[in-house]
Design a protein around this ligand. Structure first.
Ligand SMILES: Cc1cc2nc3c(=O)[nH]c(=O)nc-3n(C[C@H](O)[C@H](O)[C@H](O)COP(=O)(O)OP(=O)(O)OC[C@H]3O[C@@H](n4cnc5c(N)ncnc54)[C@H](O)[C@@H]3O)c2cc1C
Length: 184
C-alpha cells in the first residue's frame, strides 16, 4: 500500500479560488484521499486572474459601443519564468496562446501619454520630444536596467547587493508614476 493510501481522509477547507486555491484544490482532491471544499467570496472563480469587459465610450464617429476584454492581473506568462505553471497547464490540457505585451500610460485624460511598444509609441505625442522629464524618465529606465543586470551578476555577499548601498539619486520615473491621475 502506498503512503498516500495509508493517510486518513480529512475534510480540508480551501479559502479562495485564485491560482493558489485552485492549484491546492486540484492537488489535494485528485492526488490525496482528502475531501476538499473550496470557498470563494466572489461570484466568479479565478481570484486575481480575471478578465473584465471595458465598454469604449461612443463618439460621433463610432456610434456602436465596442467592448474590449481587459485582463486585470496575472498577465505576464512565459516559459522561462513559469515552468511549473506551464507543466500544470500541459497536464490539464489547458490551452494558451501567444499574445503581445506592452505597457502604456495615460495621465490627466490623455494630457500626457506614451506606450512602450516602440520608439514611435514612446513619442506618440510629438510634444514629448521637447519634454525634459520624458528624456529623464527614459534615462532612468535604461539606468535601472543596466544597474539591475549588473547587480544580479555580483555574488550574493557583495556589498553592492545591499539595498541600503544603492544610489540614492532622485528617480523622476517614480515622480511621474505617482501622479494622482496616472493610469498604467
Ligand atoms: C495588478 C497586478 C498585476 C499582476 N500581474 C501579474 C502577472 O502579469 N503575472 C503573474 O504571474 N502575476 C501577476 N500578478 C500577481 C498574481 O496575480 C498573483 O500572485 C496571483 O494571482 C495570486 O494568486 P492567489 O491565488 O494567491 O490570490 P488571488 O488570485 O488574489 O485569490 C484569492 C482569492 O481568495 C478569495 N478570498 C479572500 N478571502 C476570502 C474569504 N474570506 N472567503 C472566501 N474567499 C476569499 C478572493 O476573493 C480571491 O478570489 C499581478 C498582481 C497584480 C495586483
Amino acid at each position: 500500500m502506498s503512503s498516500i493510501q495509508n493517510q486518513k481522509s480529512k475534510r480540508i477547507a480551501i479559502i479562495g479560488s485564485g491560482i493558489s486555491g485552485l492549484g491546492s484544490a486540484w492537488l489535494l482532491s485528485e492526488h490525496s484521499p482528502h475531501d476538499v471544499v473550496l470557498y470563494e467570496q466572489n461570484d466568479y472563480i479565478g481570484g486575481h486572474t480575471h478578465t473584465v469587459d471595458y465598454i469604449v465610450p461612443t463618439t460621433k464617429s463610432s456610434a456602436n459601443p465596442k467592448s474590449i476584454p481587459v485582463d486585470t492581473g496575472f498577465i505576464v506568462f512565459n516559459p522561462l519564468t513559469y515552468p511549473n505553471l506551464l507543466r500544470f497547464f500541459k497536464y490539464k490540457n489547458i490551452e494558451y496562446m501567444k499574445s503581445e505585451m506592452s505597457f502604456s500610460f495615460s495621465r490627466n485624460n490623455g494630457e500626457f501619454e506614451w506606450s512602450g511598444k516602440n520608439p514611435f509609441s514612446v513619442f506618440a505625442q510629438p510634444k514629448n520630444l521637447l519634454n525634459i522629464d520624458m528624456w529623464k524618465m527614459l534615462y532612468d529606465i535604461f539606468r535601472f536596467n543596466f544597474h539591475a543586470t549588473e547587480l544580479l551578476n555580483f555574488p550574493d555577499d557583495h556589498p553592492e547587493k545591499q539595498l541600503s548601498d544603492l544610489p540614492q539619486e532622485p528617480v523622476c520615473w517614480s515622480e511621474l508614476a505617482r501622479s494622482e491621475n496616472a493610469e498604467g
